[in-house]
Write a protein that binds this ligand. Structure first.
Ligand code: NAD
Ligand code: TYD
Length: 341
């Protein structure tokens, strides 16, 4: 691997991945991103002059542009982060999710096939497995858990996974899939739970917790996700799926209380709002396959990861305030106006 096309590299995980790779590997990176509301080149300002990094503005559904970018840069590997990634947005409207997450992946796979590239890694999510029962703690998602999606977001991600799998079987393409649990860390768009609650708390505004707050998510620091992807790129077996997770389950309400405690803000800011439709109750990843077969393990315990994250949001108020002032505010109105109870 020499020249990697990273799609969606201006988003949360993609931008962390670009920086992680430039720091730890000698690979060249072309970041191919459409710059939707979630793409922000400011995330990459400290690497934009790096000789091994290049940005191309483009849509993964634009086959000609992907094809041109691949041949012009002698790309041998594609890592596909580009996606519509927020469940609540997929409930308000699913068209973009189908177009980018499914059609976009199909376009990338075709370009990959037509150019005989070396490796294709699809960045997927544990949400494709659906919801686990909350009272059977021993049950976790393994790579063999059947796909059982609940939201248009997860349905579109599962569809993309199936397409990747079909190109492996039918066209014998060197395809890898990773499925990670919920990420947190610097540069996460403040529409997802942790950065939204941090921003609200820092602004002394109400923190909207869906339903009874007892939904469970399994949190992983974003850099550990990046190291997991690199491990799979280097050592993964083609046609295989690898779960990535930190064995770190939390009730949403406990995360929110922890954030308030660490910021020294009162719990009275918590406001329970109407639940998300189709809200998955519990996610939990069994990551023993990547740990045992490829030797990966997370480097950050949750206490350190969340402290680093809080420090970053405190020190980078300008970043999230700017992000929240634009189109995002319109979305906030649309998503939360009817939820106030
Ligand atoms: P994000 O929403 O922060 O970023 C998505 C990026 O993709 C943005 O830069 C956006 O501009 C770009 N993009 C969107 N549509 C595009 C298109 N048509 N063409 C080119 N670029 C486009 O998302 P994220 O949280 O960084 O997630 C990245 C990937 O990781 C997604 O595929 C997501 O499903 C997966 N994932 C996320 C999590 C999580 O907790 N955030 C967990 C597991 C897996
Ligand atoms: P989110 O960050 O949207 O990730 P996902 O739904 O993909 O897991 O949400 C994480 C959890 O937090 C989920 O159970 C929904 C809940 N949540 C709230 O309670 N309030 C909010 O305002 C948001 C955005 C999420």
């Amino acid at each position: 691997m020499k020249n990697i096309l990273v799609t969606g590299g201006a988003g949360f995980i993609g931008s962390n991945f670009v920086k992680y790779v430039l720091k730890n590997y000698d690979w060249n990176i072309v970041n191919y991103d459409k710059l939707t509301y979630a793409g922000n080149l400011e995330n990459l300002s400290d690497v934009e002059k790096n000789q091994r990094y290049k940005f191309v503005k483009g849509d993964i559904c634009d086959e000609k542009k992907v094809e041109f970018t691949v041949s012009e840069n002698d790309v041998d590997t594609i890592v596909n982060f580009a996606a519509e990634s927020h469940v609540d947005r997929s409930i308000l409207g699913s068209r973009e999710f189908v177009i980018t997450n499914i059609v976009g992946t199909q376009v990338l796979l075709d370009v990959f096939k037509n150019n005989n590239l070396e490796k294709f890694l699809q960045v997927s999510t544990d949400e494709v497995y659906g919801s686990l029962p909350e009272n059977q703690k021993e049950l976790k998602f393994t790579e063999n858990t059947p796909l059982n999606t609940s939201s248009p977001y997860s349905a579109s991600k599962a569809s993309a996974d199936l397409l990747c799998n079909s190109y492996f079987h039918t066209h014998k393409l060197p395809v890898l899939i990773t499925r990670c649990s919920n990420n947190y860390g610097p540069y996460q768009f403040p529409e997802k739970l942790i950065p939204l609650m941090l921003a609200k708390a820092l602004n002394d505004e109400n923190l909207p917790v869906y339903g009874d707050g007892k939904n469970i998510r399994d949190w992983l620091f974003v850099e550990d996700h990046c190291s997991g992807i690199c491990t799979v790129l280097e050592k993964g077996k083609f046609g295989e799926v690898y779960n990535i997770g930190g064995n770190n389950e939390w009730f949403n309400i406990d995360i929110v209380k922890l954030i308030l405690k660490l910021l020294g803000k009162p719990e009275s800011l918590i406001t329970f709002v109407k639940d998300r439709p189709g809200h998955d109750r519990r996610y939990a990843i069994d990551s023993s396959k990547i740990q045992n077969e490829l030797g990966w393990k997370p480097a950050n315990v949750f206490e350190d990861g969340i402290s680093k994250t809080i420090k970053w949001y405190r020190e980078n108020e300008q970043w999230w305030k700017k992000v929240m002032s634009g189109e995002y505010m319109k979305y906030y109105e649309q998503n939360y106006a009817h939820k106030i109870v």
